[in-house]
Design a protein around this ligand. Structure first.
Ligand code: XMP
Ligand code: MG
Length: 184
């Protein structure tokens, strides 16, 4: 069964099989790195990471909990202004836990930088980051990513959790939108 490609899509960048293979490889790496740990906590950044996190978590062979945060950016420029705030915190405290922050995409880097800084202050047992997509051209702050899915060019992408105005999130592939869709 194949999902029809909407008119607003310019090009499929990463098809379903390519994504699933990479998610398996990342999950294998995480499972190997944490094999001697009693439990890890995956903290997904809503909403964009929810599908990636679901697929990743189900492929892990180490015991894990799932939790979520939501962030928002101040100002009309969005994340480009660099001011990020937490609008929903994790349900359980992360102190003393082995935490992996799971993000859909790193753009300027401000969001992940903010989350890693504020989580560090809570003294987890360890803290790493896992990001499905990165747009290196857009970086404003250097942030260390421990597990990365793919590097992509500087285009707006949707699908596999990513959206434009909350649309296209459940497409099984990742696609570039036509610029006229997001530039107006
Ligand atoms: P920063 O700039 O803080 O931003 O690294 C990360 C957040 O920006 C959003 N973002 C996108 N969302 N398609 C999306 O659906 C994109 O191409 C895109 N680029 C950036 C996203 O919310 C991410 O968490
Ligand atoms: Mg996001």
């Amino acid at each position: 069964m194949s999902v029809p490609v909407p008119n607003s899509v310019e090009q499929v960048l990463l098809d379903e099989e390519t994504i699933q293979q990479r998610v398996q490889a990342v999950a294998d790496q995480v499972s190997a790195d944490y094999r001697d740990k009693e439990q890890i906590v995956l903290v997904g950044v809503l909403k964009g990471s929810f599908i990636f996190l679901a697929d990743l978590a189900r492929r892990l062979t180490v015991p894990h909990h799932v939790d979520f945060v939501a962030v928002s950016s101040y100002g009309a420029q969005g994340a480009a202004s660099g001011a990020v705030r937490l609008i929903m915190d994790t349900r359980a405290p992360i102190t003393g836990q082995h935490v992996i922050v799971v993000e859909d995409i790193m753009d300027t880097g401000y969001t992940l930088d903010y989350l890693l800084r504020s989580f560090t202050a809570r003294q987890p047992a360890s803290l790493k980051s896992c990001v499905l997509l990165s747009k290196p051209e857009r970086r404003q702050v250097e942030v260390e990513v421990d597990y990365l899915g793919f590097e992509i060019p500087n285009v707006w992408v949707v699908g596999y959790g990513l959206d434009f105005a909350d649309r296209f999130r459940t497409l099984p592939y990742i696609a570039a939108l036509k610029p006229e869709v997001y530039q107006k």
